[in-house]
Design a protein around this ligand. Structure first.
Ligand code: ADP
Ligand code: MG
Length: 593
């Protein structure tokens, strides 16, 4: 059997942590069913033989007379046997279907759980590396392909390889010359299959890759269509998409050419056996050793022998696709998780400290030797040109990934020792892009603290200046918001996210350019609500407008991944440097507008 398939099946069963008992039972019943499918032909053959024998021995002189309806005394016995076989075949088909599906789905349920758990526990930085389409492809298309192995392919392939062996052993005992002739073409057919294998794998991998690339690009195109239209860029994107479609057509054509070619050749070579069979029959006639009854049996069984072998060639192709999908999922299952401490440690205090921290994305340095401490009850502001590493710095505080060098600590303890769960509990983060889920407003806010009462949600909303706009919605808190919250304005989404932070009430609060895309009234309301939210917390805020952070206890000025200046607004604005330049630029801009 195909080795890749065997490995895939073994790995999936191991990951599913589910007993393969039912699945194997299913395979056994399906095998029995197929064997029972051959037996009636043999029974009929022996029935015929016995009738002929009876006639030649008991009434040799009246051979030309019509044969009686009840062909022999054993007739009832044979009819009964056929009926029993029929019932048994029906039963085994039913049991085989039932157990193989149940077993297969059980294993796949366990496997799906494992993959989803893995995605759940992977560092967010690893997940961000997958293009939007790629990860969803993996958990839908690829896993469906793997499921197909368990519900159909593995069983079919097993039976398709076992049944010909059984039939062959029967045929060889009946007439070895005819039997060998029937399978004469197979060794050659198998050789062709083997020879084209690696080539096929390479081309079909290319096809899968291009397919994934395309779905990623299409999703990006659809999500960004508004921007692309506004900037008259949609045509350029369509051209890019068309290029990719051409690519996929080309690779698909070559997959089909390379995939179908060997299959057709395999069929032709396998069917050469029939020609050989007829030749041997002719030779036997000449030698007077030809037995028409045996030849008839061979012709009936040949169909049962050749069909599974031809099917097998088809299954092998589909299985190769499925095994490739399993490879992809296996890679995801082996992606490195962040090390977690055995004993989770609660932070002693909620100061945030960076000691000589460096970090890179795929070898491209992003943060270099960053050092600072943010204290509880104080506001630490981070400013700097875009791309200077501000968001990355915040991601490290949330432990979306671990730094390459240096230590990020909470209350003096390395966050690696505190553990990701505890870090998540200690931090609230409000981003520029708020993530909302297609559910009610109530559910969306309660994400902040799932066990919060309705009253607590109302209070958080009151603090976050949300009540007015929520109550103005047709169903208030029960209003369904679409995926991504498309019914709400930027400022409204932002206030919902602040209400979540109120509800969570974590001691560390991270704010990443939250007012960058809202109008001035919303901005004012957000600023007001923040005044209450930040009290007593360790606040780290990335601000685009310097005027908003003049009162900060310390300002970190970042440029190209390093902190280039540090101090209070008064000190920094008086010194030559990046802060003064940024301040002057914004001031001139404000004057001009
Ligand atoms: P800022 O928030 O200051 O604008 P970021 O921290 O978002 O800066 O990005 C800093 C640098 O790291 C940029 O050059 C950006 O292109 C790069 N970067 C950010 N996120 C990723 C990522 N997921 N993969 C690779 N590079 C990234
Ligand atoms: Mg940023």
């Amino acid at each position: 059997m195909d080795n890749a398939l065997f490995c895939a099946v073994r790995r999936v069963i191991a990951h599913s942590q589910c007993s393969p008992r039912l699945f194997i039972l299913g395979i056994c019943w399906r095998t029995i069913e197929r064997i029972l499918d051959i037996l009636p032909i043999l029974v009929c053959y022996f029935w015929f033989v016995s009738v002929l024998e009876e006639q030649t021995t008991s009434r040799p002189d009246t051979y030309s007379e019509t044969i009686p309806v009840n062909m022999s005394e054993g007739g009832t016995y044979y009819i009964l046997l056929l009926a029993v076989l029929f019932v048994l075949q029906f039963l085994s088909a039913w049991l085989g279907q039932k157990y193989s599906f149940l077993g297969g789905y059980q294993i796949m349920a366990g496997y799906r759980r494992k993959v989803l758990n893995q995605i759940h526990s992977l560092p967010l930085s690893v997940i961000f590396k997958y293009r939007t389409g790629k990860l969803s492809d993996l958990v839908t298309d690829d896993i469906n392909r793997i499921e197909n192995i368990f519900t159909h392919l593995a069983i079919e392939l097993f039976v398709s390889s076992l049944i010909p062996i059984i039939i062959m052993s029967i045929l060889v005992t009946l007439d070895w010359q005819l039997a060998l002739a029937l399978i004469a073409g197979f060794p050659l057919a198998m050789l062709v299959m083997r020879a084209t294998r690696s080539l096929f794998i390479k081309v079909s991998q290319d096809k899968l890759e291009t397919n994934r690339e395309i779905s990623g690009v299409i999703i990006e195109f659809l999500m960004g269509i508004k921007t692309l239209r506004l900037f008259n860029r949609s045509q350029a994107w369509l051209t890019k998409l068309n290029g990719l479609f051409d690519d996929i057509t080309r690779t698909t054509m070559s997959v089909e050419a390379w995939g179908a070619g060997p299959v057709v050749l395999f069929r032709l070579l396998a069917e050469l056996g029939f020609v050989a069979f007829l030749l041997v029959c002719a030779w036997q006639v000449r030698e007077s050793s030809f037995d028409p009854l045996i030849a008839l049996l061979f012709i009936f069984l040949a169909h049962r022998l050749i069909t599974p072998l031809l099917d097998m060639a088809q299954y092998l192709n589909i299985i190769r696709y499925a095994a490739q999908s399993e490879d992809k999922t296996e890679a995801l299952l082996h992606a490195k998780q962040l090390p977690e401490p055995i004993l989770v440690q609660k932070p002693n205090s909620y100061s945030v400290q960076f000691k000589d921290v460096s970090f890179s994305y795929d070898g491209i340095s992003c943060l270099e030797n960053v050092e600072f401490t943010a204290y509880p009850g104080e506001i630490t502001a981070i400013v700097g040109p875009s791309g200077s590493g501000k968001t990355t710095l915040m991601n490290l505080i949330c432990r979306f990934s671990d730094p390459d060098a240096g230590v990020v600590s909470l209350g003096g303890d390395d966050i690696k020792k505190i553990g990701t769960e505890e870090v998540y509990k200690s931090v609230s983060m409000v981003f520029q892009n708020v993530q909302l889920f297609s559910s009610t407003i109530m559910d969306n806010i309660r994400i902040g603290r799932p066990d919060a009462t309705d009253e607590e949600v109302y209070e958080a909303c009151n603090n976050a200046y949300c009540l007015d706009f929520i109550n103005a919605l047709p169903l208030g808190f029960d209003t369904q918001i679409g995926e991504g919250g498309s019914r709400l304005s930027g400022g409204e989404k932002q206030r919902i996210s602040i209400a979540r932070a109120f509800l969570k009430d974590a001691p560390i609060l991270l704010l990443d350019e939250i007012t960058a895309s809202v109008d001035s009234i919303a901005q004012y309301e957000i600023q007001q609500s923040l005044k209450t939210l930040i009290v007593g917390k360790t606040v780290i805020v990335i601000a685009h407008r310097l005027s908003a952070i003049q009162g900060a206890d310390q300002i970190l000025v970042m440029d190209k991944g390093s902190i280039v200046q540090q101090g209070k607004h008064r000190e920094l604005v008086g010194k030559l440097g990046l802060y003064k330049n940024l301040w002057r630029a914004q001031y001139t801009y404000l004057e001009a507008t």
